[in-house]
Design a protein around this ligand. Structure first.
Ligand SMILES: Nc1ncnc2c1ncn2[C@@H]1O[C@H](COP(=O)(O)OP(=O)(O)OP(=O)(O)O)[C@@H](O)[C@H]1O
Ligand code: NI
Length: 321
């Protein structure tokens, strides 16, 4: 990697064309993340949305240095101090980054906790190991949990309590950045709301939150910004209200149409295999082309360069279908 570029003053994390691919036997390559550009900023919740298998979790793993050995990365993921998460050595990631600069809220709070120990002992141990500024009781109060509930074992916690403990664990090292990868999977609607509201509160405290989800309703509730991912690419990004209110990309429009209020109209077809993307982009110019409805009003189909980048909003460049 060449010299570090100075990130913008307000960005806590800046992705410059982050790409991840996996090398499989017999020369097969899986393109899981292609040229991702994102900025995480204090006080903001960025929702990364897209169908299963499009590369969201791989992107998060790359930021935490948790990719498997067959992964190859390109691009940069720069913290505000110039550290590139893609090239930082493991001792730096383990000692300074994970938990301390970047906290992770796991997918399933209850299975993340050790069943044979109380929430208090796990939280206290983590807070101590990370040398965070708050003790277990303070962390509990910080996430709206009665400290007395910390004396429960994981199976004695309600779903809502377990989520709060998981967030308290993620915040134990006082990270400025919080990554939450599908933190609401399998939860009922009220608990989904409570969980994402906690993430919004973490952002209100000045943290930057990346919320990975396929739940567009949850994203709409708390996200200040949205990035839409399809077949390894971020196809559209910008302020949540604008992207979800008036999508530019037909894929975003398709996702919204699949919501109950959009009429439950699923997008026909399936995303392409991630081993086929080079060929498809070569042939079609755009990996969404095969599923794209014939709607010439959409920006990517007209190839209108005016729409490619306007203020905070942008859409991936496409060849006209
Ligand atoms: N070690 C690996 N080797 C090869 N391919 C992998 C590896 N890890 C992940 N992949 C592939 O990368 C792609 C992206 O996976 P990822 O888990 O990021 O999807 P996702 O968007 O998080 O989906 P979901 O919403 O289901 O969690 C998938 O096709 C997956 O099979
Ligand atoms: Ni995932």
């Amino acid at each position: 990697m060449t010299g570090l570029r100075a990130p913008e003053a307000t960005d806590l994390l800046t992705l410059h064309r982050l790409s991840v691919r996996f090398r499989l036997p017999r020369g097969v390559l899986v393109r899981a993340v292609s040229d991702a550009v994102l900025r995480l900023r204090p006080g903001r919740v960025l929702a990364l949305v897209g169908e299963s298998g499009c590369g969201k979790s791989v992107l998060a793993s790359a930021l935490l240095g948790l990719l498997p050995g067959n992964a190859e990365t390109r691009g940069e993921a720069l913290l505000d101090d110039g550290t590139d998460l893609l090239s930082a050595p493991e001792p730096v990631l383990a000692g300074r980054i994970r938990g301390r600069r970047i906290g992770l809220v796991p997918q399933s709070a209850s299975t993340h906790l050790t069943p044979v120990r109380t929430a208090r002992s796990q939280l206290a141990e983590t807070a101590q190991a990370l040398r965070g500024p708050r003790d277990a009781d303070e962390l509990a109060r910080h996430v709206g949990l009665d400290p007395a509930d910390l004396d429960r074992y994981p199976h004695e916690l309600s779903g809502g309590m377990a989520q709060r403990v998981a967030l308290a664990l993620a915040l134990a090292g006082d990270p400025r950045i919080v990554l939450a990868d599908e933190p609401t999977t399998g939860l009922d609607r009220p608990l989904v709301h409570r969980t994402v509201d906690l993430l919004a509160e973490a952002a209100n405290d000045g943290r930057a939150v990346l919320l990975i989800t396929h739940d567009l309703a949850a994203a709409r509730r708390v996200a200040t910004d949205v990035a839409v991912m399809y077949a390894s690419r971020i196809v559209e990004a910008g302020p949540a209200e604008e992207v979800l209110g008036e999508p530019w990309h037909p894929y975003t429009a398709g996702l919204l149409a699949a919501l109950p209020e959009g009429g439950f109209e699923p997008i026909p077809g399936h995303p392409p295999s991630l081993t086929e993307l080079d060929r498809l982009e070569g042939e079609w110019g755009c990996v969404y082309c095969q599923r794209c409805p014939d709607q010439p009003g959409f920006a990517p189909c007209t190839g209108d360069p005016e729409l490619l980048n306007r203020g905070e909003r942008w859409i991936a460049a496409h060849a006209p279908c």
